[in-house]
Structures are given as C-alpha cells and as structure tokens.
Design a protein around this ligand. Structure first.
Ligand code: MG
Length: 253
C-alpha cells in the first residue's frame, strides 16, 4: 500500500531532509585521507542529535552504525569502523534521519583526495542518473519511468546498475511501498500521484551488476571487484513537479 503524504507531512519530511543535507555537507568536509569511517560515524551522530534528530539506521535490524560508509568496491551498507581512508578512494555515505516522526534518506559518494579519471566519471554519471530519475517524478508518470531513466543513463556510459537492491517509498517508515528499481522498462509500475515520497537511489557499478554480501552479513560488494557509486535523494511528488527534500533543488537537465 502506497501511503501519500499531506502538505504538512511533506514539510516535516523536508525538515528531516535538511538535517540529512547538513550532515552530508559536514561529512563532505571531513572526508580526507587518514580519517576512519568510525570517526565519520561519530561526527554524523553528534550532528544529527544536535539538530534534534535520530539516526534512523542505528539499530535498524541490528545495524550498529549511525550512517553507512561504503568504500570503493563496496556498494552499500558498510558498517563504520577501522577502515582508514586513503588518497584515491571513493566513499559512499548513506544518511537517514528521523525527526518529528518522519524519515528522510539520502546518499552521496565522495572522492578521497585525488581520484582516477574512471572513478570521477563513475561518480558524475551516477549522480546524473539520480537527477534523470528525479526528472521523471511527475504526476501521471510511473515508477518504471524513473527506473528506465536511471538505467538508460548509466548504461549509456558503459556502467551497470545493481538489480538486487532498489529505492523505496519513505515516510513514517524508512522503507515503504513502492519499490523503485534502478532498471526496467518505462510506463510500468505504480502511477505517480501527488503526495507520494520516494527515495531514489541509483547504485552504479563500473563493471558488472552482480553483487555479493560480505562476512559481516551487511556490506554489499561488487562481485567483480569493480568500483561502485551510490547517490540518493528523498523526493516528493507535487503538482508542481519533483521536490527534493534532502537537498538544494538541483533539477535534472
Ligand atoms: Mg534508501
């Protein structure tokens, strides 16, 4: 069942989204060679709580971190820990905040110092794919239009989109209906209606789309060891078009 949100609820979600955005901006400054992912986690939790929010991921199905930190060939769901970032790494960071009973969820992949040209291209194309998906968030279109736009953009650049994990509705719960895959034909799936709020989150691999779960049963890696990037926004469907609740409203071209 897809739960549509009132204007007042969307304003609450935008307040949670502003904390997510503030946290990601703080982390963008903190990510550098020598820092550990645990240090980033502590910084994020302190910031989120200082804003009156709760880190949504902490304790979710037993997840121990406040954020997910996923370097290099790790796709998503990395537990912050002893990993020390090195020049040339890329680091996916996923942040969820609950505020006033509503959740907002966003992710970015950061360069650590100077990165390779291929890594730079992967980050750029994945973020562009997110905005291509967001541009489809128009009343009357379908979830499959988002999926198709993301897939088409990533594959046009020689990359692949992960199949086994998807975006989702978001609201009082972090994961609500509908699922929002990053692949598939256009014109399919639930119709987009005013008040729906979706977390759109392309996970794009430089190599093949297959993934596997790590020994901690959380971390997801690319099967072929290729780099992976992840960008995500929480987006409300409004009659005036998509409204990005987790960031500056940078519209897709
Ligand atoms: Mg999400």
């Amino acid at each position: 069942m897809i739960i549509r949100k009132s204007k007042a609820e969307i304003e609450k979600m935008a307040r949670a989204g502003a904390v997510v955005r503030g946290c990601l901006e703080l982390l963008a400054q903190a990510v550098r060679p020598g820092v550990t992912t645990k240090e980033l986690d502590v910084l994020a939790e302190e910031y989120i709580r200082s804003q009156g929010g709760v880190p949504t991921f902490k304790g979710y199905r037993g997840f121990p971190g406040s954020i997910c930190t996923s370097p290099n060939d790790m796709v998503v769901h990395g537990i912050p820990g002893k990993v020390r970032l090195r020049e040339g790494d890329i680091l996916g960071v996923d942040v969820g905040v609950t505020l006033e009973g509503y959740v907002a969820d966003a992710a970015m992949t950061f360069p650590v110092g100077e990165i390779s040209e291929e890594a730079e291209r992967l980050l750029r194309v994945t973020e562009e794919a997110l905005y291509k998906g967001i541009a489809q968030c128009v009343v009357g279109r379908r979830v499959g239009d988002i999926s198709h736009a993301v897939q088409t953009h990533a594959e046009a650049h020689g990359f692949s989109v992960v199949r086994s994990m998807v975006g989702h509705g978001v609201g009082r719960e972090m994961h609500e209906d509908p699922q929002v895959p990053n692949f598939g034909p256009p014109g399919q799936g639930p119709e987009l209606r005013e008040g729906m709020v979706l977390a759109i989150e392309p996970m794009v691999n430089a190599g093949g789309y297959e993934v596997e779960i790590g020994d901690d049963s959380w971390a997801v890696y690319t099967r072929d060891g290729s780099l992976s990037a992840h960008f995500e926004h929480t987006v409300a469907i409004t009659k005036d078009g998509p409204r990005i609740l987790t960031g500056p409203d940078k519209r897709a071209a």
